[in-house]
Ligand binder design. Structure first.
Ligand SMILES: [Zn+2]
Length: 404
């Protein structure tokens, strides 16, 4: 059976009372068939409506090959019976969001077509943004879509929104009947063609076949914002948002911008310059720190080298990093005559070095666990981390005793 689609005649119906034709029990859900419906089924790049039938939430709506619309409720049992009349409500916020976005996409695609001869070859309505893929075909005037062209398209699109043009739907039984109607994209369906026309049908701002739901004036889109353009598989992918979502994304972006401008004590106009200046300064500081560390490690190497004796030595550090200490130890390693311990105070880490005559890895393996130390290593170098600072001196003393 064919469900009567009330949303095609009046897109603003938010509720109704309809007859239940069939209740179909599936594995984990129940599918309800009504004599007529205000629920738009998934199709044409638009997600389905959601809402309620009686006390039950409608989570999915689809149309089968017999043009019957199924309303899916996520219950295993329900009290709805065939022949009963039931109250039906749409989630209007969800529907209106879809309508704003869908019409926004039509207007923008129309502008890309009218301004640059671009054809919309793909459309995606994502959760965070929408995209259209514009193909320039055998365009004589344009061989790419630049960001400036996008900004121009955005201004033109929003002008059509402010002009509050009428949006009308024209229905045709066959493709032949529709052949003289101006459309920006070749008709694909053979019959039951629905053309959505923005502005006058003699010189439309946009005109294209579509089965989705749209507001009846462009002003209801409110706003359209393009986010970016990317070359993609020989086409240009335009990222954008329309309606309330475009406004909400502005709020998020301004929150971020305001935080950044406070952090850098900058206005929006000099924010980038201030960030660049800060980055430059950070780089200078980093270079200076690198040079200082190099200088200090060289000094340390010299100092230890001069102090080398035939018994274990230990040095403690607060500022040098573990990597820098490793470098010092490795450079000294071949010259060592006994065990060298370099302590990294902030992390309670001891780095052990020898020329290979003393097995550092074995020392750690045999003794570290006594004080809860964890680590390991090779003959020439090993490391151990202790849970408490107090264990560092005790451990070093233990090793000294061991090596006497
Ligand atoms: Zn549409």
């Amino acid at each position: 059976m064919c469900t009567e689609k009330l949303f095609e005649k009046n897109v603003y119906l938010k509720n109704g009372n309809f007859k239940i034709i069939k209740v179909i029990n599936k594995d984990n859900s129940i599918h309800i068939i009504l004599d007529k419906t205000i629920f738009f089924p998934t199709g044409g790049g638009q997600s389905c409506d959601i809402g309620t039938i009686g006390d039950f939430n409608v989570i999915d709506v689809y149309e089968d090959e017999t043009k019957t619309i199924h309303h899916v409720i996520s219950e295993k049992k329900c009290s709805l019976k065939e022949g009963d009349y039931v109250d039906v409500f749409l989630d209007w916020d969800h529907r209106f969001d879809n309508m704003q976005r869908h019409l926004g996409e039509h207007i923008l695609s129309g502008v890309f077509h009218n301004e640059y001869g671009g054809i919309n070859r793909g459309f995606h309505m994502g959760n965070d943004y929408m995209t259209i893929d514009i193909h320039l075909e055998d365009n004589q005037k344009h061989n790419e879509i630049t960001w400036d062209m996008c900004k121009n398209a955005e201004i033109k699109t929003n002008s059509i929104i402010y002009n509050n043009q009428k949006v009308k739907t024209f229905n045709f039984k066959t493709k032949n009947e529709a052949k003289d109607f101006p459309v920006r994209k070749r008709l694909e369906l053979e019959e039951d063609i629905r053309i959505v026309c923005v502005g006058s049908e003699n010189n439309p701002s946009d005109s294209v076949a579509c089965c989705g739901t749209h507001p009846n004036t462009t002003g209801q889109v409110g706003l359209l914002k393009i986010y970016k353009v990317e070359a993609n598989k020989g086409m240009y992918r335009i990222y954008f948002e329309a309606g309330k979502r475009a406004l909400l994304s502005y709020q998020t972006i301004y929150d971020t911008l305001n935080q950044l401008s406070n952090q850098y004590s900058a206005g929006f106009d000099d924010l980038i310059d201030k960030i660049r200046a800060k980055e430059e300064k950070n780089k200078e500081t980093k270079d200076r720190v690198y040079k200082l560390a190099k200088h200090i490690t060289a000094e340390e190497e010299n100092k230890i080298m001069k102090n080398l004796v035939n018994k274990p030595l230990a040095y403690k550090y607060d500022i040098l990093t573990i990597d820098e200490l490793l470098k010092v130890g490795r450079n000294l390693s071949p010259s060592l005559t006994s065990l060298l311990s370099l302590v990294h105070n902030p992390s309670n880490t001891i780095l052990l070095f020898s020329n290979g005559n003393i097995d550092c890895g074995k020392l750690v393996k045999d003794n570290a666990a006594i004080y809860g130390g964890k680590g390991g290593g090779r003959k020439e170098s090993a490391r151990v981390i202790f849970p408490k600072k107090d264990y560092i001196d005790v451990f070093i003393e233990l090793l000294e005793k061991h090596l006497r």
